[in-house]
Design a protein around this ligand. Structure first.
Ligand SMILES: Cc1cc2nc3c(=O)[nH]c(=O)nc-3n(C[C@H](O)[C@H](O)[C@H](O)COP(=O)(O)OP(=O)(O)OC[C@H]3O[C@@H](n4cnc5c(N)ncnc54)[C@H](O)[C@@H]3O)c2cc1C
Length: 286
């Protein structure tokens, strides 16, 4: 959906209560865990949804607004002990002008990453109803993500292991980042995902970009192929739900790996169509 088509009438003023850098200070990529608190307990959402952030104007080129979406990294019960709070996992972005070659800061991500505790930000939403945890606790989940795409999975894990509990289906996270320190929620700055390693039904696998090419997207296709027996077995189960999240490259690589695992393009096309038709395949790509 085009960003101009989002309904922004549901707007809130939220207050930043925490902004913690979760990549090293001396590392080029800056990703922050940002907590926003709403004045009242009236912001209802569930895991897998996103919020819109409205950057205050004026904007270039006569644009009326600058809206960008961010995945909610918290479960519906809120963040920490606060029910009317949510967290976001935001990467500070830049874009390069194709004509001048100059590098400009991305408006929304810099607006969020520059905000400090006490600042107010304009939020809209929540948006997205397709990326959600299965009702059945026996369901398997295959979660495939890169970079900040881990945010909705953090929310999923909180929901199934901390709130619902007793999750019986197999839960697998295949996660890629450009470097070890960019394995978000799995590095020395924030280890939230580590909380689930002891869960009997959870396993996580990771891959980083091939050295020395830190700028090449992580080969998530190789990671899936390394674990092909289990991945493909899970794909056959009638109660497996598949989720892809993060930059578009993750979907391209996922499709590439699945074609190999299925044996042919047509075989994967058929399997994917079946998953989609049964509501067991969801993408959250940007
Ligand atoms: C449903 C949805 C959920 C999203 N969730 C998140 C999230 O949880 N965390 C997050 O950081 N972003 C997320 N994004 C991306 C976010 O909406 C913005 O596109 C991004 O922050 C850049 O916006 P900007 O205004 O700062 O810069 P812009 O001026 O819009 O663009 C800056 C440049 O950054 C590139 N870019 C955008 N996002 C990323 C990224 N995450 N990593 C590397 N390069 C990127 C763009 O392709 C563009 O070239 C999500 C997008 C969608 C559609």
């Amino acid at each position: 959906m085009n960003l101009n088509d989002y309904d922004i009438s549901n707007a809130y003023t939220a207050r930043v209560t925490e902004s913690t850098r979760i990549t090293p200070d001396n590392w080029e990529a800056e990703v922050r865990h940002i907590v926003l608190e709403f004045p009242e307990d009236d912001f209802d959402f569930y895991e897998g949804q996103s919020i819109g952030v409205l950057v205050p104007g004026p904007h270039d080129f006569g644009n009326k607004q600058h809206l960008r979406l961010y995945s909610i990294a918290s479960s519906r019960r809120g963040e920490g002990s606060i029910p009317h709070a949510i967290s976001l996992c935001v990467r500070r972005c830049f874009y390069v002008d194709e004509v001048s070659g100059e590098r400009y800061p991305g408006k929304a991500s810099n607006y969020l990453c520059n905000a400090t505790a006490g600042d107010q930000v304009q939020i809209t939403g929540p948006y997205g109803a397709h990326f959600k945890v299965p009702e059945d606790q026996n369901a398997n989940m295959v979660m495939v993500g890169v970079g900040t795409g881990v945010a909705p999975f953090r929310a999923f894990m909180r929901n199934i292991y901390e709130e619902r509990g007793n999750w019986k289906g197999k839960v697998r996270l295949y996660y890629g980042a450009k470097s070890g320190v960019e394995l978000l929620y799995r590095n020395e700055f924030n280890k939230d995902m580590g909380l689930y390693y002891d869960m009997k039904t959870f396993r996580a696998f990771e891959v980083v970009s091939p050295r020395p090419a830190f700028d090449v997207p992580p080969p998530i296709d190789n990671l899936l192929e390394e674990h092909k027996a289990e991945v493909w077995e899970m794909m056959q189960a009638p109660n497996t739900y598949v989720y892809l999240a993060g930059l578009l490259d993750v979907a391209e690589k996922f499709q590439k790996a699945m074609v190999k695992l299925a044996g042919s393009k047509d075989a994967w096309k058929t399997k994917r169509a079946e998953l989609i038709q049964q509501g067991r395949y969801a993408e959250l790509l940007y």
